[in-house]
Design a protein around this ligand. Structure first.
Ligand SMILES: Cc1cc2nc3c(=O)[nH]c(=O)nc-3n(C[C@H](O)[C@H](O)[C@H](O)COP(=O)(O)O)c2cc1C
Length: 185
């Protein structure tokens, strides 16, 4: 298998955010895979002034632009805010466009409720399709995230480990297939 570059993008910069725990766990599991180069993108490290939007912000975020240009697939880990995704995530995604085309994405929803960000996943699908990203069929849903991790960030329900592995498998398969197709055309 060719080496794949897969960033993990966290969808919120909220103080006290729980979503960083599943994002870290997914990143750690992804990093352990052979032939995968992984990075974790924290929205707090990006420069997103309120006075502009879209491609104009790309020049302020060369590292993000380099990542999305080079990536073969990505994992978005995002909480559900009022049945959708955080505005921060949308502003980050809006910085690029052709860089995303024909690349794969796995969505991980997070909430402290019972449905693990399922409504956010549905809403985000429409945006990702508009950007030309191909969403995997399988997605991840972290329910009751406020009770799911201990204080040091260890997950208390081990069944998630298998679910994350399955999500990563799906993403790798699709990223690999699209990489081969992109290189042929
Ligand atoms: C502005 C806002 C809106 C929210 N809306 C929802 C919601 O629609 N559905 C839900 O299950 N949880 C909602 N939550 C709670 C999140 O599920 C909770 O904060 C969880 O810890 C994940 O988000 P976090 O990474 O910001 O902590 C909301 C939280 C915030 C801050």
């Amino acid at each position: 298998m060719q080496k794949l570059f897969i960033p993990v993008l966290l969808g919120t910069s909220r103080q006290g955010r729980f979503s960083e725990k599943p994002a870290n766990l997914i990143f750690q599991q992804l990093k352990q895979r052979e032939n995968i180069e992984a990075v974790l993108i924290d929205p707090r490290s990006l420069n997103l002034p309120e006075t502009d939007d879209g491609r104009n912000l790309a020049a302020l975020n060369p590292e993000y632009m380099d990542i999305v240009s080079r990536m073969d697939g990505m994992i978005i880990v995002s909480p559900e805010y009022n049945h959708s995704f955080p505005g921060t995530l949308k502003r980050i995604l809006d910085m690029a466009d052709p860089e995303y085309k024909k690349k794969a994405v796995l969505i991980a929803g997070v909430s402290n409720g019972e449905i693990g960000g399922a409504r956010m996943i549905e809403a985000l699908n429409t945006v990702l399709k508009a950007l030309g990203l191909s969403v995997t069929q399988y997605d991840l849903k972290f329910f009751k995230v406020n009770e799911l991790f201990d204080v040091t960030g260890n997950i208390l329900d081990q069944t998630y480990i298998k679910k994350i592995e399955r999500g990563i498998d799906d993403l790798i398969w699709m990223s690999q297939a699209l990489k081969i197709a992109r290189e042929k055309n």
